[in-house]
Design a protein around this ligand. Structure first.
Ligand code: PLP
Length: 394
């Protein structure tokens, strides 16, 4: 019998949504290299290099800095199930989808969850957390650094002090921030952070880089019960990624070898570019994109100064069918952008300019495509590129 289907032939797509982002060809090429064993000394050397290259991305010297097998959500689960024991009180900042998901993960881990809400599209302040704690002790304070559902950048300054006042460890979701904006775990006293490979690292989805401070590791060592997840148990994973106390690597699960090659190459690309240069590129492209969007008469619901450069929320004007614009872009131009979620469902688009997809050329294709899509719905719009180019020249 022959295979009933031909080989997968993905259509050409420019990925300008909330992720995945365009994968650098160097990453795909690295992933196509021969698979070797997960305990082969040659692979262990690659693992050590991945750990070493993740540290500057996370702005940390944490020894336990490594990728979890699984997408960003595996990092979220790992952080929560390792730091929380049933009955612990956990404070979670919720101003979009992913804060809500953290609440659910913590609830399932047996935590007593207290939500600290801000309107979608607005960041939270350290005072919001202090007020919600109301003098009670908490095990964990959680916040989303880059809320992909709204494009809000959460300032981390002051959160360590707020966490200390309630005796909490500080956990951040850095899925969309890592590689696009500075993360700086050590500067902000963050105890644990997790990310994903498919956003500003421009690697396919499949790994969740995670970093844990010594304080977080002490908390894990003091647990009275083992974490409910064996697969995500950081103590066991540490014996594989860092090695056992007596030396040597202990098999835990078979690492996704070729994904690790891909992440290795993605990290080399980020460090070769230089992190400052990379962050400045994201800012630069966003400046032109925002100017072009303004020229199209489109409104950005997130206030200036609180916006992520790598993810822009755009309000769909009255009279324009939001989903029809996305359909036009995908089917007529091969461009993927995201729709709004939650409070913004059916009312906004999310445009991602992430990693290797973050270029003036991508922004131009997106702006011109949007202009055509709006015209197709009868809107009268000007060419957005004059404004975009002027912003890029400034
Ligand atoms: N956290 C944030 C901020 C995200 O943007 C995402 C995915 O978009 C996740 C968590 C979950 O990651 P994944 O879909 O890779 O499991």
């Amino acid at each position: 019998m022959t295979a009933p289907f031909p080989s997968v032939a993905p259509p050409p797509r420019l990925l300008l949504g909330p992720g995945p982002s365009p994968v650098d060809p160097r990453v795909l090429e690295a992933m196509a290299r021969p698979t070797i064993g997960h305990l082969d000394p040659a692979f262990v050397a690659v693992m050590d290099e991945v750990r070493a290259m993740l540290q500057p991305l996370f702005g940390t010297s944490n020894a336990l800095t490594m990728p979890m097998s699984g997408t960003g959500s595996s990092g979220m689960e790992a952080a929560v199930v390792n730091l929380v024991e049933p009955g612990d009180r956990v404070l979670v900042g919720v101003n979009g989808v992913f804060g809500g998901r953290m609440c659910e993960v913590a609830r399932r881990a047996g935590a007593e969850v207290v939500r600290v809400e801000a309107p979608w599209g607005k960041p939270l302040s350290p005072d919001d957390f202090t007020r919600a704690a109301a003098g009670r002790g908490f095990r964990l304070l959680c916040v989303v650094h880059a809320e992909t559902s709204t494009g809000v950048l959460q300032d981390l300054a002051g959160l360590r002090t707020a966490a200390d006042a309630m005796g909490a460890l500080l956990l951040i979701d850095a899925v969309t921030s890592l590689g696009g904006v500075p993360v700086e775990l050590d500067l902000h006293g963050v105890d644990m952070a997790y990310s994903g490979t498919q956003k500003c690292l421009s690697c396919p989805p499949g790994l969740a880089p995670l970093s844990a401070s010594d304080r977080a590791l002490r908390r894990i060592a003091e647990r009275t019960h083992a974490p409910v997840s064996w697969y995500l148990d950081l103590s066991l994973l540490s014996d594989y990624w860092l090695g056992k106390r007596g030396g040597g690597r202990a098999y835990h699960h078979t690492a996704p070898i070729n994904m690790v090659y891909g992440l290795h190459e993605a990290l080399r690309i980020a460090l070769d570019e230089g992190l400052e240069t990379r962050f400045a590129r994201h800012e630069h492209v966003a400046r032109g994109l925002r100017a072009g969007l303004a020229a199209l008469g489109l409104e950005l619901p997130v206030a200036e100064g609180e916006r992520l450069p790598q993810l822009t929320l755009v309000r769909a004007p009255d009279g324009v069918v939001e989903a029809a614009v996305r359909r036009f872009l995908l089917h007529e131009r091969g461009i993927e952008i995201g729709g709004g979620l939650g409070d913004f469902a059916g009312k906004a688009w999310r445009i991602g300019m992430m990693g290797s997809g973050c270029t003036e050329a991508s922004a131009e294709q997106c702006l011109l495509g949007l202009a055509e899509a709006l015209r197709a719905q009868g809107a009268s719009v000007v060419d957005p590129m004059d404004a975009a180019r002027e912003a890029w020249r400034a």
